[in-house]
Ligand binder design. Structure first.
Ligand code: ADP
Ligand code: MG
Length: 253
């Protein structure tokens, strides 16, 4: 997109499940190079919002624009190939595969669009290139030395970091992280935050859902606060922290 144009624009996005408005007329912009936090109580609609942005489910109304293209209603594979990669709220590493094999999973969509994983037969050169890229990304996040260990033997904190590496193998411009610090110890959270700051410094744009307020407030450039499917507030951490509606509905202070 042209300079000053948001990388991602969400305009009036809504998602109904039966009578429930899980996401209700939500609008926000995400600018290239920033870390934007999406916060709010359980059930606020954050994961549903992620699913709309990434094409996992289709919005009932509204428009989503990514990298200058209208991606409203586009499928997940198409959006992924435009440069968006994500992690899910629950860890999805394959425990019986090595870190390297797990990281390689992040690149299959690029190599063979639309081919089910079970039918993948990569050419030897493609396989080698993908393996090389997976190793590069493992090293980038500090897991290079464990590339041939089984993912299931890693502590949770490193499994989360492995998921980031797997997402990076797709060479995204936008990385979406759904509660990446859930269940992590304090030190692991600090390490994760340092990694995300470094990735931002390397030009990556990040949208993060996170419950740990200390982590969020010290990490993000801006915040969008959701409550009951709607946007309650938007702005810098300092601005949001001082917002009376946010304090009442969410922060509980
Ligand atoms: P958050 O991630 O903020 O905790 P979610 O987006 O997961 O919230 O959920 C928002 C609301 O939508 C909740 O009330 C949840 O129960 C409901 N919901 C989410 N996904 C579905 C679905 N596939 N079918 C029906 N209801 C859903
Ligand atoms: Mg969620």
């Amino acid at each position: 997109p042209a300079p000053g144009t948001p990388l991602l624009t969400v305009e009036g996005a809504s998602k109904q499940f039966g009578g429930l408005r899980a996401v209700d007329d939500v609008s926000f912009d995400l600018h290239a190079g920033e870390i934007l936090g999406l916060i709010g109580p359980n059930g606020a609609g954050k994961s549903t919002m992620f699913n709309l942005i990434t094409g996992v489910s289709a919005a009932s109304a509204g428009r989503i624009t990514f990298a200058g293209q209208d991606v409203t209603g586009a499928d997940a594979g198409t959006i992924h190939r435009l440069g968006m990669a994500r992690t899910f709220q629950h860890v999805r590493v394959l425990p019986d595969l090595t870190l390297l094999e797990n990281a390689m999973m992040g690149g299959y969509a690029r190599v063979r669009a639309g081919v089910p994983r079970s039918m993948l037969h990569l050419e030897r050169a493609e396989e080698a290139a993908l393996q090389q890229e997976a190793m590069t990304q493992l090293e980038r996040v500090g897991l290079g030395a464990q590339a041939f260990a089984l993912a299931g033997n890693l502590p949770l904190g490193q499994q989360r970091v492995l998921e980031v590496a797997r997402a990076l193998v797709a060479a995204p411009t936008l990385l979406l992280l759904d509660e990446p610090a859930a269940g992590l110890r304090y030190g692991e959270k600090q390490d994760l935050a340092a990694l995300l700051r470094r990735l931002r410094g390397e030009g990556l744009t990040i949208l993060i859902v996170e419950h740990d307020m200390d982590l969020v407030m010290n990490l993000v450039d801006r915040l969008v606060v959701m409550n009951s499917g709607r946007t309650l507030a938007e702005g810098t951490p300092a601005h949001v922290r001082g917002n009376p509606a946010v304090r009442e509905a969410y922060l509980g202070v």
